[in-house]
Structure formats: structure tokens, C-alpha cells
Design a protein around this ligand. Structure first.
Ligand SMILES: [Zn+2]
Ligand SMILES: [Zn+2]
Length: 451
């Protein structure tokens, strides 16, 4: 084998960086384009088209339509090294009133996912130059995942009932479908508006959660003429919410418990006793055990409301996300690249148990394979709020692309010895199959007849 023109790792990294820098403007343009056309989970049709086109232009022809709007494109470097997944999330959250909100759906990129897509495509471009392939062993999989924000529960439940989905988030469903079966480790970078003054943040964890799709069912009657003939489902729901609030003093601080939700249907006519009220809720906690314990009590609170009013109740308890576990060795490789590229003061390292209270389906993936979910401090405003915007697109898109691509170079160089070592040492909490089985059995439908 000739090694005359083979680049050393420093030269490979320089070539990768140069290719990404060369595409910086188009990567930021892609992110801004997605920002201007926000789509909520499992409806990211236009977003998917834009991303698929960009990946194809980068030489990675993705398989599309996975988990409705998701996609996966693989670059094979040759050799028998493992596959590193680079992930970008497709979906917007809902934030009506956000400057770039969709007028109809209220969707807005108030979580910064659009910039992840620019970063993922940038990594594909950087890792696409021929000199890179000669130096690496294994594959990089570029995976755009739908529906990370666990919203629109009724719509998603309908997709499930119609047979279009098994699990209700993008990564969950892609795990179920086998999209990650040939992926050995995975990473992505999420934006943050943390004022930490550091460019990247590694470490920390996230909450587990369960999702409640709850219907209070009463009986309609004339609200002025014959309210005694009705059963008021809205009053049942209000009592349930009051009951939930009485429980908050029992939440244990170390569990980082969060209980919250919205009423998505509160009745259909002011002059009729509301016969159906729909509540979408969430119970979060540091561990699944902590979630299950609180969730059981919250289910009793729904029953309390139904009992008082003589209403019927249907609860669907849908398995949400598992806690995020960042792989320390992936964090080490990533961190070394960040500090080498951007300086020692560009990185903030969080303790493993730092938990802001939110949740991500990257947590699910991290339970079945080595995974990394750092943050890039490139946004301003409150996450999911109307003022959350990317303040520094270069940092969010280009610096993230460079950091991920250079991490892949380290993982897959020298016969992929770094990646192989990480995989050998890692003991996943769950296998893909045990994950799918447990998520399947944890889904529960509960009916209650209050009288
Ligand atoms: Zn979010
Ligand atoms: Zn997000």
C-alpha cells in the first residue's frame, strides 16, 4: 500500500476544517432557511427536503422518509471500523409570537434545532473530502431526526393509532425501526443561551419523563337552562389540576420533579356544559423510578376530578424520555478538539449530575450506545420562548460542524482505535431490543368511571 501522499492526522484535520470553512456561508444560509420555515415534529416535510438536498450535494445520498420525515445518509471511509452517528434535529417547537413563528401552526425554532442541521451538513462536507477517507476506518452516519419536542400528543397518538408510528418521538421511533442498529456511537450539539461565556459546554444530564394524554368525558346539556342534566368535564379537569398542585409539597428536591401540562380542548360552546376536555401533561424526574412514583399519584389526581363530578376518564400514559448519559470518553475526545481549536477558555465542563430539568430523546439513545450531547452557547433568550434566537450563527453552525467532524477524525483514525476502545469499554444500560420492549410494556391505557 502506498503511503506517499497520505496525510498525517494534523493535515487531515486542517483539510476538514478548510472544507467546512469554505462552505460556511451556505451552511448558515441553510440554517436560516429552515429557521424561516419552522415545522413541528413529524410534519417537517419542507425541512427534510432542504436537508436531504444539502446532504446529497455533500455526497451523502440519504435514505428519506424514515419515521415519517427522518433521514440517514452514510459515508463509508472503508476499513472495518465502527459507525459514528452525527445527528441533527429537524423539528421546531411552538412559540406563537416568536418573530419567525409560522402564522398557522405557531411553530418556531425557539430551541435552535435549525442550526443543528447546518452543523450536521457541515460535518458531512468536512468528512467528504477524499484525503479524509484514506485516513479513516469505518463510517459516519448523518441522521436527521424528527420530533424531538414531545408536543402535539393527540396528533401523534392519532398517527400511532393509524399505524404510521410506533413510538411518538423521532429518535425513539428510529431506534424501534432499526435506524440505529448499524450505528455504534452518536453525537450532536444543541444550542444554549447559557451566559457561561464559554463556547461549548460538555457534561450534565437530563430528566426522564412520562407523557399523559388525558380525556375527561362528561355530558353536554344547556348551560343556562339545564346544567343539572349535564356532567361538566371542565370542572373535573380543573379539580384534577388543583389536586395535582396539592401534591407539589411532596416532591423530593433531589428528584428534580416537574409536573406540567396544557388543556388542548376545554369545551366547544359557551352555552353548553363541556362534555370533553383534553389535557396533555408531563411528569419529569431524575430517574424513571422517581417519575413512576409521582406519575402514579398524578393519575390519582385525574381520578379525583372525575370522581367528584361523576365524569369518565381515559388516561394514556406514554413512555417519554430516559435520562441523558454523556459518554466520558467521547466527551474527552470532543473537549480536546474544542480546546485545541478555540482555546482553553472555550470549554465549560459540567458535573455529570447537573440537570436543568428538561428532557431529550438523545437520552434514550445514550442508554443503548455511547453518546454525546454538548451545548454550544450561541443563542439569546429563553429556550422555547418568543425571544430565543441564534445570536451567533458562525458559532452555532460552523464551529459545531468543525468540532464534530474533528472528533470523528480522532475516533476513526489509526484503524479507528479510539472508537473501538470506547465501544469496548462502554457498558450500555439497555440493548436496542430491551429498550423497545420496555418502552412498549410501559405504555398504559387507564379507564375510570367516576360516580
Ligand atoms: Zn426544545
Ligand atoms: Zn431542543
Amino acid at each position: 500500500m502506498s503511503t506517499v501522499n497520505r496525510l498525517n492526522k494534523t493535515q487531515v484535520k486542517a483539510a476538514v476544517r478548510k472544507a467546512i470553512e469554505h462552505s460556511a456561508d451556505e451552511l448558515i444560509k441553510l440554517a436560516r432557511d429552515v429557521y424561516e420555515h419552522p415545522e413541528p415534529g413529524f410534519t417537517e416535510e419542507r425541512t427534510a427536503q432542504v436537508v436531504a438536498k444539502a446532504l446529497t450535494a455533500a455526497g451523502v445520498n440519504p435514505e428519506t422518509g424514515i419515521a415519517i420525515t427522518g433521514m440517514k445518509g452514510v459515508r463509508d471511509f472503508g476499513g472495518d471500523g465502527p459507525t459514528v452517528g452525527i445527528i441533527g434535529e429537524l423539528d421546531a417547537v411552538k412559540a406563537p409570537g416568536h418573530p419567525a413563528a409560522d402564522m398557522t401552526s405557531g411553530a418556531a425554532h425557539a430551541c435552535g434545532h435549525h442550526s443543528q442541521l447546518g452543523a450536521m451538513v457541515g460535518a458531512a462536507i468536512g468528512l467528504g473530502i477524499p484525503e479524509v477517507a484514506e485516513s479513516l476506518s469505518g463510517r459516519a452516519a448523518f441522521i436527521a431526526t424528527p420530533a424531538e419536542e414531545f408536543i402535539d400528543v393527540e396528533m401523534r397518538w392519532g398517527l400511532r393509532e393509524a399505524g404510521h408510528l410506533g413510538f411518538l418521538s423521532g429518535k425513539q421511533e428510529m431506534i424501534r425501526l432499526g435506524t440505529f442498529d448499524d450505528v455504534d456511537m452518536a453525537m450532536m450539539i444543541h444550542t444554549s443561551s447559557s451566559k457561561a461565556q464559554r463556547r461549548f459546554i460538555v457534561g450534565g444530564t437530563s430528566n426522564a419523563h412520562v407523557v399523559h394524554y388525558v380525556r375527561f368525558l362528561g355530558k353536554a346539556a344547556h348551560a343556562g337552562g339545564a346544567p343539572h342534566q349535564g356532567v361538566n368535564a371542565l370542572q373535573a379537569a380543573m379539580l384534577a389540576l388543583s389536586s395535582i398542585n396539592t401534591q407539589r409539597e411532596t416532591f423530593e428536591a433531589e428528584n428534580q420533579t416537574r409536573v406540567h401540562g396544557i388543556i388542548t380542548r376545554g369545551g366547544v360552546a359557551t352555552n353548553a356544559v363541556p362534555a370533553e376536555v383534553v389535557y396533555e401533561g408531563r411528569v419529569r424526574g431524575r430517574t424513571m423510578e422517581a417519575v413512576d412514583k409521582v406519575s402514579a399519584r398524578i393519575e390519582d389526581c385525574y381520578r379525583a376530578g372525575a370522581l367528584a363530578m361523576g365524569a369518565d376518564l381515559e388516561i394514556v400514559a406514554i413512555p417519554g424520555y430516559l435520562p441523558l448519559e454523556n459518554n466520558p470518553d467521547m466527551a474527552r475526545v470532543f473537549s480536546a478538539n474544542v480546546t485545541a481549536e478555540f482555546g482553553a477558555d472555550s470549554l465549560m465542563v459540567q458535573a455529570d449530575d447537573v440537570n436543568a430539568g428538561g428532557s431529550t430523546d438523545m437520552g434514550d439513545l445514550s442508554q443503548i450506545m455511547p453518546a454525546l450531547h454538548p451545548y454550544v452557547a450561541a443563542a439569546d433568550g429563553a429556550g422555547h420562548g418568543i425571544d430565543y434566537v441564534i445570536a451567533d450563527y458562525r458559532r452555532a453552525v460552523v464551529d459545531s460542524a468543525v468540532s464534530m467532524a474533528l472528533t470523528v477524525v480522532d475516533l476513526l483514525s489509526d484503524g479507528a482505535s479510539e472508537a473501538r476502545g470506547i465501544i469496548d469499554f462502554h457498558e450500555p444500560a439497555l440493548t436496542r431490543q430491551s429498550y423497545v420492549d420496555s418502552q412498549t410494556t410501559r405504555l398504559r391505557k387507564i379507564s375510570y368511571h367516576g360516580e
